[in-house]
Design a protein around this ligand. Structure first.
Ligand SMILES: O=P(O)(O)OC[C@H]1O[C@@H](O)[C@H](O)[C@@H](O)[C@@H]1O
Length: 267
């Protein structure tokens, strides 16, 4: 494969997207809407991410699945929009290519890219860069937040990863609690100062999750009842994923000229 085939422009649903292909067969799709990684297949051909069959894929609503980028607010912890505007804004591609066998792309977001209402509601000078890279059966995501304005701003960030599983009732998460965590029904837990290395065990598939710069972690699944209230989730789909999210929930304000960086590595 020539390096120019490693990253091509395509569509996912109705959304402009990038298709990353590493020479070893690993593939990933990222929509510009949200800089949203919606699909990741390792070189073994196995899809690792859940994406709801009922998700809007037209830019009218955040995508239900994949890896929503959460910024500048987590959930309803603040007066701004739930989970922030990054997942509902259209990012720019700033770089892409191949590096040491990794197919990668960097997407960027700044106030100029925001819908006027979002820019007015959060009037800060900032630049976000999300780097997604795949090779073999590994994924690396790096999120950088830079303050380009004249005043400090507070923020939260997370990579709200929906892992595709066989049945959520059968998975085990290692590292978040003293005992291994099994999921029985709805779960929505925040772990402040989480272990930087977790494992997701789904039958004989084990994923190792490593986070750096993100001190916290969140585990979420809506369970049967809450899933029924989600218009963008089909019947029974809640069984097919668990969200394990590296997060930064209590950051000190970022001063002018300062930047923060978090990394997530899944293998
Ligand atoms: O429906 P949304 O906005 O994508 O949020 C999904 C879930 O995201 C999780 O990160 C939160 O901890 C949950 O409280 C929330 O329900």
């Amino acid at each position: 494969m020539s390096p120019s085939d490693a990253v091509i422009s395509t569509t996912f649903g109705h959304l402009p997207a990038l298709l990353l292909s590493a020479a070893d067969g690993a593939q990933a799709s990222i929509t510009l809407y949200g800089a949203h990684l919606v699909s990741w297949r390792g070189a073994d051909g196995r899809e690792r991410l859940f994406c709801s069959a009922k998700s809007s894929l037209d830019g009218s609503k955040a995508i239900r699945g994949g890896v929503p980028v959460i910024f500048p607010q987590f959930a309803e912890r603040g007066s701004g929009m739930r989970h922030g505007f990054a997942r509902v804004s259209t990012w720019r591609v700033s770089e892409s290519g191949v590096d040491d066998g990794w197919a990668y792309a960097v997407l960027a977001l700044a106030p100029v890219d925001l819908a006027p209402g979002h820019a007015q509601a959060w009037p800060h000078g900032f630049e976000l860069a999300l780097r997604v890279a795949i090779r073999a059966n590994e994924l690396t995501m790096g999120l950088e937040v830079r303050n380009t304005g004249a005043a400090p701003f507070p923020f939260a960030a997370a990579l709200h990863t929906y892992f595709l599983v066989d049945d959520v009732a059968g998975v085990r998460i290692l590292g978040v609690e003293r005992e291994e965590l099994a999921i029985h029904g709805k779960i929505d837990r925040v772990y402040d100062n989480a272990e930087p290395r977790l494992a997701l065990v789904d039958g004989d598939v084990v994923l190792t999750l490593r986070q750096q710069g993100f001190p916290d972690a969140v585990v979420w699944n809506p369970g049967l009842e809450d899933a029924a209230a989600l218009a963008d989730m089909a019947d029974g789909e809640y069984r097919r994923f668990v969200c394990i999210e590296p997060a930064l929930l209590h950051a000190p304000a970022l001063g002018p000229g300062q930047s923060w960086r978090g990394e997530y590595h899944v293998s």
